[in-house]
Design a protein around this ligand. Structure first.
Ligand code: GDP
Length: 202
């Protein structure tokens, strides 16, 4: 799939504020600094798309980008390391969790994981939450250029072992590097193959 247009549509703090659910959408989430903005920019081929819309003060919002006038990529607030008052954090977590659990047009949530960091409780618990709530998701390992191919394989094998303690199988998995463009074709093909999982005419 080629991306011919990518437009920032709006920032929302909760489900009600999001654009009408008329097109399929694909969300991106992960801990702060995982490489989410870089990945969205790499996938869309727009070097500043994800950061352009970032509000001053790093307010955490749900950001919708319209791609090819056909589907949305959704940049979701990063979790962890939030240097903001607890009440604010709880509010946006509530907004994001509500979006994830209830957004009918959300086809797949890409959960970003830094390949250099061993399995973290926050990520594992978050994926368990997705499983319990039957939210379709895929794992996206980021920054794969920062390790050799053997170490990448080891890191994923360790991650799989950790997940298989709770899961019967491991989710769909992508290896990416925004620096090298790795994983772009695979993720865009996956999106193209899954576009028809939501149709507002259904
Ligand atoms: P976000 O906070 O999740 O949006 O993360 P950013 O996209 O801003 O990236 C966080 C840091 O990770 C930055 O210093 C990036 O340069 C670095 N980074 C992002 N993607 C990659 C990658 O593919 N490879 C490497 N080596 N570093 C990356």
């Amino acid at each position: 799939m080629k991306i011919s247009s990518a437009k920032f549509i709006k920032s929302s703090t909760n489900l009600k504020q999001c654009p009408a659910a008329l097109m399929p959408e694909f969300g991106f989430i992960g801990r702060s600094n995982v490489g989410k903005s870089s990945l969205i920019n790499m996938l869309t081929g727009r070097t500043k798309l994800a950061k352009i819309s970032a509000e001053p003060g790093k307010t955490k919002t749900i950001k919708h980008f319209l791609i090819n006038e056909k589907f949305y990529l959704v940049d979701l607030p990063g979790y962890g390391y939030a240097k903001v008052p607890r009440t604010m954090r709880e509010n946006w977590q509530k907004g994001t969790m509500e979006y994830i659990a209830k957004r009918e047009s959300l086809v797949c949530l890409f959960v970003l994981l830094d390949i250099r960091i061993k399995p973290q409780k926050t990520d594992l618990e978050f994926m368990e939450y997705l499983g319990i709530n039957q939210v379709a998701f895929a794992r996206v390992f980021t920054k794969c250029d920062s390790l050799g191919s053997d170490s990448v394989r080891d890191a994923i094998a360790k991650y799989d072992l950790e997940m298989l303690k709770k899961w019967d199988s491991v989710p769909v998995t992508f290896l990416t590097s925004s620096k090298k463009g790795q994983g772009k074709d695979e993720i865009l093909s996956y999106i193209a193959e899954n576009l028809n999982k939501f149709s507002n005419e259904a």
